[in-house]
Design a protein around this ligand. Structure first.
Ligand code: PGA
Length: 254
């Protein structure tokens, strides 16, 4: 089933005290009003996974996710965090392939593929990010660029594995800039991704794929974006750091 998902990507913001406060504020609201058909996922920094997960325990439809995961299984990889470690904390989601990691940490499609395989092997759902730089959009090559990213990583998964991922389309030029993609451009890309998956894996996979949009989503533009036919929710950066904005965005999805 295409699940409705609003995922928060806190990135490298907030210390422990601030993280707990933000979670507390979100939970306080959800205890009053909580749409049971929307998955709320807080993707928080590694050191706070356990604490935030414990705070969210017992609250309906709120989950905690990581923002990364090692491509290696275990061993001498100083500083890495494995999918088995995430699993041992009962973490159910992890972002992979975010453009910040692709660009700043030189993550390749192959590495991202390995990370997804590690996560899926531990029953953790990868939130796979893709998206084009502005130069590709200017050349009108954006769809080919994004489908090629998907082809190089996602399409090397088995059909059964692809059923276990979420895809987030995040145009790089829109992330953290306050510039949101035009609604027709968002729909065009989401339609193209779903069609690509349908042609490769059949409609049983494409019609159940949750496709998120990310890039300067805020409480004012969220509803129009989430109402688009091929958009199933959002991956929210900056606006997820303020409890009221995040809740308003959660409430924008039907
Ligand atoms: P933004 O970030 O909402 O601040 O643009 C989105 C993301 O990077 O996932």
């Amino acid at each position: 089933m295409r699940n409705k998902i609003i995922a928060a990507n806190w990135k490298m913001n907030k210390d422990e005290y601030e993280s707990k406060n933000l979670t507390y504020e979100i939970l306080k609201y959800l205890n009053k009003t909580n749409n049971p058909s929307v998955y709320k996922i807080l993707c928080v920094p590694f050191p706070f996974l356990n604490k935030i997960h414990n705070m969210c325990a017992g609250v309906n439809m709120i989950f905690v996710g990581a923002q990364n995961c090692s491509a290696f299984e275990n061993g001498a990889y100083t500083g890495e965090v494995s999918s088995a470690m995430l699993k041992s904390l009962s973490i159910l989601y992890a972002i992979v392939g975010h453009s910040e990691r692709r660009i700043m940490f030189k993550e390749s499609d192959d590495l991202i593929l390995e990370k997804m395989k590690r996560l899926i092997s531990k029953q953790i759902i990868p939130i796979y990010c893709c998206g084009e730089p502005f130069s590709e959009r200017k050349k009108k090559n954006h769809i080919r660029y994004v489908l090629n990213q998907i082809e190089q990583s996602v399409c090397n998964l088995k059909k059964e594995e692809i059923k276990k991922i979420v895809i987030a389309y995040e145009p790089i030029w829109s992330i953290g800039t306050g510039i949101t993609a035009e609604l027709e451009d968002v729909q065009e890309m989401h339609f193209a991704i779903r069609k690509f998956i349908r042609l490769k894996y059949g409609s049983s996979v494409s019609k159940n794929l949750s496709l998120l949009y990310g890039g300067s989503v805020n409480p004012l533009n969220a509803k129009q974006i989430f109402d688009l036919p091929d958009v199933d929710g959002g991956l929210i950066g900056g606006a997820s750091l303020k409890s009221q904005d995040f809740i308003d965005i959660v409430n924008s999805i039907n």
